[in-house]
Design a protein around this ligand. Structure first.
Ligand code: ADP
Length: 267
């Protein structure tokens, strides 16, 4: 299968003397969910910006559907990428939830009825349709983030990038968003990139790409990553609490209750 996204030996520096990415290469297959992890400042958001054409590599190339990104084809490509950022308050526009969701469809040559259909579909996907006439500013953080996700879904993206989208949410809101993402994964062909610090979120990813020292330090499953303790430490990532407890108990040879989560289920 041809990759949906490919980074080929990408170098990037904001200032010439400080390299952020050095020879970064990876591929993401169509329909796959990939988590991008790494310490603060390791270049995760930079990768998202490179992919959406907000930045250009100093060296190397980025391909989507085997086409190298260029300033000329970037605008067209950006229309196929949905983005959700960290701060729900930064993504609120419009007087109602429905207007907010339709915002990305303005100037896209989408007819009114088609716009309404897409807004309804997107808000239903994030379970916010009944809030369509509400003022977005008055919603909870988790609800705002679901509306931000609906806005990204309304453009019917082929690639969805969630950049630390759950990091400002409380545990329940996080869980709700994760469940919605899980349902989106059933959508045929939707490629999802989860940029995250949250190891619980890694449970959703089929593959994890870890950045360390300007490079891809690891690609594999979350279960494999959890065994790379040095790398986890360098990335300032901690094992999910439940897994940590389970490991500690195992180390002390305390048997787990029969109905407890096992490592396989968790990751
Ligand atoms: P992450 O998303 O992994 O936290 P970023 O991609 O935001 O990392 O940042 C990578 C590095 O680039 C960091 O050292 C950060 O300070 C630097 N950086 C990010 N944005 C800019 C910018 N606009 N100008 C200069 N340096 C930046």
């Amino acid at each position: 299968m041809q990759p949906k996204i490919e980074f080929r030996k990408v170098d990037f520096a904001y200032q010439t003397e400080v390299s952020v990415l050095k020879h970064v290469s990876f591929q993401v297959q169509p329909g796959q969910t990939v988590a991008l992890v790494g310490a603060n400042g390791s270049g995760k958001s930079t990768i998202a910006k490179l992919l959406t054409g907000l930045l250009t590599p100093n060296q190397g190339s980025i391909l989507v559907d085997q086409t190298t990104l260029t300033p000329q084809n970037m605008a067209e490509l950006r229309q196929r990428i949905g983005l959700v950022f960290q701060n729900p308050d930064d993504q609120i526009v419009g007087a109602t939830v429905a207007e907010n969701t339709a915002f990305g469809l303005e100037n896209r040559n989408v007819s009114r009825p088609e716009m309404q259909r897409r807004v309804q579909m997107a808000l239903e996907q994030v379970e916010m349709w009944e809030y369509r006439d509400r003022e977005p500013g008055l919603l909870s953080g988790g609800q705002k983030q679901r509306v931000a996700l609906a806005s990204a879904l309304a453009i019917t993206p082929e690639i969805l990038i969630l950049d630390e989208a759950t990091s400002m949410l409380d545990p329940q809101a996080k869980q709700e968003l994760n469940q919605i993402i899980q349902r989106l994964q059933q959508q045929v062909g939707l490629t999802i990139i989860l940029i995250t610090h949250d190891l619980e979120m890694l449970a959703l990813a089929e593959r994890v790409i870890a950045l360390d020292r300007q490079q891809v330090a690891f690609t594999g499953t979350a279960a494999e990553l959890f065994h790379q303790e040095d790398l986890l430490m360098r990335m300032q990532l901690e094992l999910p609490f439940s897994l940590q407890v389970q490991r500690d108990l195992a180390a002390q040879q305390v048997p787990l209750p029969a109905n407890d989560l096992n490592e396989k289920e968790l990751i």
